[in-house]
Design a protein around this ligand. Sequence first.
Ligand code: SAH
Length: 394
Amino acid sequence: MYRVYLKSGKEESLKRFHPWVFSGAISHIDGTPEEGDLVDIYTAKRDFIARGHYQIGSIAVRILTFRQDEAINEDFWKRKLQIAYEMRQGIGLCKQPDHTTYRLVHGEGDNLPGLVIDIYGQTAVMQAHSVGMHCCRKQIADALLEVMKGSIRHIYYKSETTLPYKADLGAENGFLIGGSQENVALEYGLKFHIDWAKGQKTGFFVDQRENRALLERYACGRDVLNMFCYTGGFSVYALRGCARLVHSVDSSAKAIELTNQNVRLNFPDDQRHTAYAEDAFKFLDQMDDGQYDLIILDPPAFAKHRDALRNALQGYRKLNVKAMEKIHSGGILFTFSCSQAVSKEQFRTSIFTAAAMTGRSVRILHQLTQPADHPVNIYHPEGEYLKGLVLYVE
Ligand code: SAH
């Protein structure tokens, strides 16, 4: 096993079970590991502290275990996946007849940094965000099939866009096990086509489930604008919640197609819904004052990295000013940020600034975050990425 030695004092975060080693913390390495290899981490005093996957980049090692006697093998993957599965069973997400969609593995949140697994009916969609997880994909897929004993039959692997492009890994999207074309999954009784092959992420934004369910409660009799609709998740919930009309907007024509497909799947021939392929800022500029009394703003991550933070905060502010200026009096605004680089406080400040710029009276009804199947590892607070506010605008 390759040995990575830390600089003196750089073991502190690992002592608190933080799951990453940054390249700047490394003093030297015994040997030359390839990306994806397992390495053991030692302190400057030569004490073992953790074991993980090595990768070239600012995060040099993603930790899999803090125990020297724990080998990373098939049994390890089975144990970890079993723990993740039991947790989802324990919180009532599995085996409900009208609900077949949930996240089984949420990277660091499940002590499996670099791995995401979403379940859509009998298909698991697996995504590697690290070279190490990519190298272990077949072992993980076998372990997954065994742990989930018959409740999944297909495993689709989708890592072409999530792995470092410089590493020549031959990553291809495709089925590792099985091969199903049946791609309709159920979320709280609503049907969604999941396009795991061509869609964003694993094909669906599972993380907005509870927030969509909350929106349904507020939709009755309202004129709803679902901005950045992607697969139309919020729109379908609004329709079930008896909204008066629902307009869905996304700049991607493919997203609009998916939205229309999902609306038809649940509410065929429903005349209340229209979808527009348009830019959000343009649409908000052109809409009428008071046209909508429920607006959802769920933009893509404006800041993918810390360097982009200032522009991102400005982006959130501008977007929210436009919506707050025009929302009908007594309207409700669901506004989100999924940028990990933006903190809860920073997001709230940009929304506060937006409200102050419009001069309208705004009250916070709910403070939202990611659902329980996207858990935050307490030792990795960076894992809390989804932030949302539900605002009442007079
Ligand atoms: N609300 C969705 C997820 C949104 S993902 C859900 O619940 O599933 C963000 C979406 O924003 C993507 O579909 C992307 O195509 C869209 N988008 C990105 N930039 C945009 C822009 N300038 N105007 C409108 N849509 C945009």
